[in-house]
Design a protein around this ligand. Structure first.
Ligand code: URA
Length: 434
């Protein structure tokens, strides 16, 4: 005999359609009933659209997040000898920050359980980048992860399918119904997985700009505030930085080349923007974990963070000294005039790297680890005609034309002037619990 359901789905859809408020019991039933297949996809699609159009208040977003967490497993790091701190980035072009950041923070005795994903579309995935390293494996059981956190301090691995399965189903539905861009839905989707992961400190890197999910700072700020409130309500010490994604981060866009750049940062060098963001996020995570005075800059210069990186890679079967793949073919793009580089838009560079093979169009596609773009200059640089601007790399030369097509109009050299994308600072704001 089937159980009697306590609500009628259509009543709940009507409530949200008419700008009403859903109760805790209604939200938790809806999410559970959708996950077990009682609420149909078309009903949930109508609900997602009503939420996108009419929003949700703080209690409803909290209820939605908790209901999604309740559909799956919840990890716990209780009993670890180290405090835990995690970071989540909403994703951008050239965003390899997790790679130097996790070992840097772990080198201060904090456990960094970094459950990561693979890339889809123009933003890269942390696991794809690390899989450029010979032998490195993304899959760890919960027990292996716990052991690695205890012994090394940092583990970057694939998120199992057990965390918030309702989110997985709902995200796939949002993707095909034009309902991805709703702040309550994005915030609950991200935070359900992060809270279920069981960290005690969470630092969010919420990106804004052409290469980000949120194009403008105002909406990015609203998303950040919503997520910080959700984390705080769930007992996680949560804060957020709003960071600029109008230009690619660093000089490398791809997989193996982003690992190379991360290792430069761990060796005390690397591009200024990658170093600044790594240091700022590390300070924020360590301060949340009770070490506000940790000298993170020194830990990069002294090799302390590099030692943890090497141990972290080796613990997952990787060879930190192994050769990273190099593409068979490359194509240089040169300045066609003297002047100042005033613009370099993140989104087209992300699309071009993807077309070179660095990203995937469908979940099941492989990525080509050696493919990508290496920038030689960033906005603000003075260039002379014939100077190298950037180099494209791919295994198949047929890929260059489509990548170059994506880059038409994506960068600009002017006689003089202020670089457009540099008018926003790299770190535009810092949000803490209200
Ligand atoms: N990432 C997620 O996990 N969920 C969203 O809704 C958007 C980005």
């Amino acid at each position: 005999m089937s159980a009697i359901e306590p609500f009628d789905t259509v009543d709940l859809i009507r409530t949200k359609r008419d700008k009403g408020k859903l109760s805790t019991a209604e939200v938790s039933w809806l999410v559970d009933a959708y996950t077990r297949g009682y609420v149909a996809d078309e009903q949930m699609a109508a609900m997602a659209m009503a939420i996108l159009l009419n929003g949700m208040d703080r209690e409803e977003v909290r209820d939605l997040t908790l209901a999604m967490i309740a559909t799956g497993e919840r990890l716990s790091f209780d009993g670890l000898s180290r405090p835990t701190a995690d970071k989540h980035s909403t994703g951008g072009v050239g965003d390899k920050i997790t790679l130097p950041l996790a070992p840097l923070v772990a080198s201060f005795g904090v456990a960094v359980p970094q459950l990561s994903g693979r890339g889809l579309g123009h933003t890269g995935g942390t696991l794809d980048k690390l899989e450029s390293i010979p032998g490195w494996k993304a899959n760890l059981s919960n027990e292996q992860m716990r052991n690695q956190l205890e012994s090394v301090g940092a583990a970057i691995c694939a998120a199992g399918s057990g965390l918030a399965p309702a989110d997985k189903k709902l995200y796939a539905l949002r993707d095909i119904t034009g309902t991805v861009e709703s702040i309550p839905l994005i915030a609950s989707s991200i935070m359900s997985k992060k809270i279920a992961e069981g960290t005690s400190v969470l630092v969010l890197d919420v990106k804004f700009g052409s290469g980000a999910f949120m194009k403008d700072l105002k909406r990015a700020k609203e998303l950040a505030k919503t997520m910080v409130a959700l984390g705080t309500d769930a007992g996680v010490k949560t804060s957020a930085l709003l960071t600029n994604m109008n230009v690619p981060l660093g000089l490398a866009i791809g997989n193996a080349n982003e690992v190379r750049e991360s290792v430069e940062v761990l060796a005390g060098g690397g591009p200024a923007d990658v170093v600044e963001l790594t240091l700022t996020l590390a300070r924020e995570m360590l301060s949340g974990a009770g070490q506000p005075d940790a000298d993170v800059e020194k830990a990069l210069k002294s090799g302390q963070a590099m030692d943890t990186w090497r141990a972290m890679i080796q613990a997952q079967g990787g060879d930190p000294d192994g050769p990273l793949p190099r593409a068979k073919e490359s194509r240089q793009v040169l300045a066609d005039r003297d002047g100042v580089l005033v613009e370099m838009q993140a989104l087209p560079f992300g699309i071009a790297a993807w077309r070179l093979g660095a990203g995937r169009a469908r979940k099941e596609d492989p990525v080509i680890h050696s493919a990508g773009i290496d920038l030689n200059v960033k906005p603000g640089a003075s260039v002379k005609k014939g100077d190298l601007l950037f180099t494209l790399s791919a295994d198949e030369p047929e890929r260059f034309d489509r990548a170059l097509a994506a880059l038409e109009g994506a960068y600009r050299i002017a006689d003089n002037g202020t670089p457009l994308a540099n008018t926003d600072p790299l770190i535009a704001d810092h949000i803490t619990a209200a």
